[in-house]
Ligand binder design. Structure first.
Ligand SMILES: NC(=O)c1ccc[n+]([C@@H]2O[C@H](COP(=O)([O-])OP(=O)(O)OC[C@H]3O[C@@H](n4cnc5c(N)ncnc54)[C@H](OP(=O)(O)O)[C@@H]3O)[C@@H](O)[C@H]2O)c1
Length: 348
């Protein structure tokens, strides 16, 4: 069986998920919905991707000569599931207006409230909770990275007493030319806890976690400073081993390999030929890993534009019961070219 997938919202996340779907042999991309006739639509058509738009936008596409395969309703009639990657809040509107009336299944992104779906999702944390569900929400970039990190230790049998994380968020994505800050540090949000901690609890409900966040003038990555307190001892060597063998987590060494900044980590992804220079794994700074008795400290980089892409693919497999958790994670990682050497795809 291959699952027929449509994408609504072809921006930062939507275009990356589209490319990923096209790499999966158990999924077929039917097309994407765009509402603005622009260069991104033109590029999509040149790659053989079918564009669909709203009835009242058809003439705009025609006017600038961008070929459209049909209306949104045509797409909805042709797919098994929609992956909605529209801006925050639009997904919930689309659910009520489009997907529910059409009797369709849908996957939403982290900008939606958790209530939009039956379950919030992170593959390492709670794949099994999403099996067979009609509506799934893939949690945001920051929540995905924190959930993977925490899950790494849980999956290795460690008991976590509490997590405290300080998030330095990128101000905007590279394509967002109207956003900032350009010379500031913004309390973003100014509340404690920031929404990220409670969001982690949507996939790991029993974890005691508090987060704080600021936004700074970079478009490259987020940086997390994380403190995990365990019930019992852990050594630095044990922590490194856990992270080395957990899928979707990479260690970057500052002293031996000269990874001294996030820019160099992104440069590595570019040099490795990753599509768009994306880095879908958590980038843990190995030298930052420090243990005082039962407390672990570390820093990790989070490539906000791409980190949720593997999870969107696994969410489709869980929804349609295509494979079990570890088969799906392995299949996704292999097809997307993530580092799989040395990773354990059989953690329980
Ligand atoms: N960017 C990140 O760092 C990031 C990371 C993780 C999760 N997310 C989440 O992913 C979701 C999408 O974010 P994004 O950054 O990809 O947004 P984005 O770059 O702004 O892309 C959203 C796209 O949706 C399209 N759109 C807007 N309204 C629409 C509608 N009514 N119907 C169909 N398409 C519509 C727009 O394209 P057209 O006008 O061309 O149609 C736009 O390009 C959000 O929930 C966000 O919170 C974002």
């Amino acid at each position: 069986m291959t699952v027929k997938v449509g994408i609504v919202g072809y921006g930062t996340i939507g275009k990356r998920v589209t490319d990923a779907i096209m790499k999966m042999d158990d999924m077929t991309l039917i097309g994407v919905v765009k509402q603005t006739p622009d260069y991104e639509g033109e590029v999509a058509v040149s790659k053989g991707i079918k564009l669909y738009t709203y009835e009242d936008k058809l003439s705009k596409f025609e006017k600038v000569g961008i070929k459209v395969a049909g209306t949104v309703n045509d797409l909805l009639r042709s797919v098994d599931v929609i992956i909605d990657a529209t801006p925050d809040g639009v997904g919930a509107e689309n659910k009520a207006k489009l997907y529910e009336p059409a009797g369709l299944r849908a996957i939403f992104q982290g900008g939606e409230e958790a209530e939009v779906a039956e379950t919030s999702f992170n593959a390492l944390a709670n794949y099994d909770m999403a099996i067979g569900k009609r509506f799934i929400r893939v949690v945001s970039c920051n929540t995905t990275a924190l959930s993977r990190l925490i899950s790494a230790f849980l999956l290795h049998g460690y008991k976590i007493r509490r997590v405290r994380a300080y998030l330095v968020r990128r101000g905007a994505d590279p394509r967002e030319f109207k956003k900032g800050p350009i010379n500031d540090v913004v309390f973003n949000p100014a509340t404690v806890p920031s929404h990220h901690g409670p969001d982690v609890q949507t996939v790991l409900p029993t974890i005691d976690i508090v987060t704080m966040a600021v936004a700074v003038p970079t478009t490259m990555m987020h940086l997390h400073m994380v403190n995990i307190e365990f019930d019992g001892q852990i050594s630095r060597g044990e922590a490194i081993k856990v992270l080395e063998e957990t899928p979707r987590i990479l260690l970057f060494n500052a002293s031996s390999k000269k990874f001294e900044s996030l820019a160099q980590i992104i440069e590595w992804a570019r040099d490795m030929g990753r599509l768009r220079g994306d880095l879908m794994e958590n980038a843990v700074i190995e030298d930052s890993i420090t243990v005082f008795q039962n407390e672990l400290f570390l820093m990790q980089g989070v490539h906000q534009e791409s980190i949720v892409v593997p999870e969107n693919i696994d969410a489709v497999r869980a929804m349609f019961k295509l494979s079990d958790k570890w088969s799906s994670i392995k299949k996704t990682d292999t097809a997307l070219g993530l580092v799989s050497a040395g990773k354990n795809y059989n953690l329980t």
